[in-house]
Design a protein around this ligand. Structure first.
Ligand code: RUB
Length: 320
């Protein structure tokens, strides 16, 4: 495993932009530690820390955790005085520890939905490297069910064009010793229609106030197929990823990435030169297709507008 070093906030921003660090949980943690890094390299200059927050927030627009952790760190600048470096360090550690605790809790809540013998499909990578600890969000549910002794099998989707499902999810499933099968994204309908999938659990980059879900592009298509085949479709998230400022999925900004990431694979052209291509990095799954939203506070079911608010009322401070 290669270790990458980011010595400046610019390095970190570039690492996020270029997908060296990705997944909503991981980039949220980068928001926190990025501001701590800015405090260190500027020798405790509050303006430099605020600027670092603006830079980091601009790297990827869809995942809300990054916005929230930067805001939380920025709010802590006020009143820090001479102790800015220490305050930033303590806050970043608090945010990381909270995220790990939430991942663990939501994993336990979600695992209750998984039965012995289930085959669970997931998309992209919502896993250990993402959340840094117990298993990210979707993988936390899967890993907890596996560790409870349930005999489960995972179908991981390749996730074109960045192949997170093949490169990272399959790697982590192997590491955790969880039996799995890799499919390309266009095989989920076949697998569902032939009884090969019992449940779908995906991560989330943002859940709007009405329960619409922004997650890696392809998620919507899997949710549609799951609905048609009466297969429960869950997102594993946390109260921090629920964005009450955003009324519905239509209001979520979907990051559009460079089309060359579709026309080229590791620098090799896979389409004729000049081919027009599109790369929406995420898509929106309407709440009607979601069977439940798994959080550290429990599994939330429809009607989401009402039930998510109840969770918010309980989450008196932002959580991850
Ligand atoms: C990653 C993605 C993941 C969510 C949740 O997209 O869509 O499903 O971020 O991940 P990208 P986690 O690779 O473009 O960042 O549960 O690890 O936060």
């Amino acid at each position: 495993e290669e270790i990458m070093t980011c010595s400046t906030v610019e390095d970190l921003g570039e690492a996020i932009r270029s997908m060296q660090i990705r997944g909503s949980g991981a980039i949220g943690i980068c928001g926190a530690y990025g501001l701590y890094l800015a405090a260190l390299v500027s020798n405790g200059d509050p303006e430099a820390v605020k600027e670092a927050g603006v830079l980091l927030k601009s790297t990827r627009p869809t995942a809300v955790n990054l916005m929230k952790t930067v805001d939380e760190m920025t709010a802590a600048i006020k009143g820090a005085g001479q102790e800015l470096i220490e305050v930033m360090e303590a806050k970043a550690v608090e945010i990381l520890e909270r995220q790990l605790a939430f991942e663990y809790e939501l994993g336990r809540n979600g695992a209750e939905l998984i039965e012995d013998g289930d085959t669970v499909m997931t998309h992209c990578h919502s896993g250990a490297l993402g959340g840094a600890g117990y298993g990210g969000r979707a993988l936390s549910v899967i890993r907890t069910a596996h560790e409870q002794g349930k005999n489960i099998h995972v179908i991981t989707c390749e996730t074109r064009p960045y192949l997170q499902g093949a490169r990272i999810t399959a790697y982590e499933l192997k590491k955790f010793g969880i039996p799995h099968t890799l499919i390309t994204d266009n095989m989920s309908g076949f697998c569902m229609s032939t009884g090969r999938i019992d449940k779908v659990v995906v991560g989330s980059d943002r859940v709007s106030a009405n329960g619409d879900l922004a997650n890696k592009v392809g998620t919507y298509m899997h949710a549609l197929a799951a609905k048609e085949h009466h297969i429960p479709f869950y997102t594993a998230t946390s109260s921090h990823t629920i964005d009450f400022e955003t009324p519905s999925g239509a209001d979520i900004e979907v990051e559009m990435r460079d089309a060359s990431e579709v026309t080229h694979l590791k620098g090799i052209a896979i389409a004729p030169e000049g081919t027009d291509a599109l790369y929406p990095s995420f898509d929106i799954t309407p709440n009607a297709l979601i069977s439940g939203i798994i959080t550290e506070k429990g599994v939330i079911s429809a009607p989401y507008s009402t039930n998510l608010k109840k969770v918010n009322a309980e989450a008196d401070k932002v959580s991850q």
